[in-house]
Ligand binder design. Structure first.
Ligand code: HEC
Length: 115
């Protein structure tokens, strides 16, 4: 069992960094924030269930469903392969949504509360 873990651990870490690399190199962070926290009208993705994100990306890729903002997202969904959809959704699903970059910046700027 122990041996098993050490064998698979590097693959798990690799998968995580692969998702993050896709997120950063395909421009996703430009609209959804560096930690998937969402910017303005662009939805937060951090911590949403992996299966939900995969399903949304499939629908956006195929142009299923109607929302006013959908057209902006479609080209980015189309640019992802099936494997990339899975890696990036896994990465986003694992982000702790309470730890987003905006809060970190505000804490540093204010010098923390009462400390
Ligand atoms: C130009 C801005 C922009 C970029 C870049 C962008 N998105 Fe989006 N994304 C949007 C908008 C706008 C929506 C909302 C679409 C809607 O309401 O139907 C969205 C929706 C989504 C959703 C569905 C979220 C939900 O809660 O329904 C996912 C998942 C997603 N984007 C992932 C990504 C990934 C992964 C990338 C990079 C490959 C990316 N986006 C790049 C603008 C962007």
């Amino acid at each position: 069992m122990g041996k098993f873990l050490w064998f698979f651990l590097p693959f798990a870490l690799l998968a995580q960094s692969e998702g993050e690399t896709i997120y950063m190199t395909k421009g996703c962070y430009g609209c959804h924030g560096v930690k998937g926290e969402g910017i303005g009208n662009y939805p937060k993705l951090a911590g949403k269930p992996e299966a939900f994100l995969i399903d949304r990306l499939h629908k956006l890729k195929e142009g299923i469903g109607h929302t006013s903002k959908r057209d902006i997202m479609i080209p980015f969904a189309k640019a992802l392969s099936e494997k990339e959809i899975r890696s990036v959704s896994g990465y986003l699903g694992r982000i702790d949504p309470s730890r987003d970059r905006k809060e970190d910046v505000a804490d540093e700027y204010l010098g923390g509360f009462g400390s």
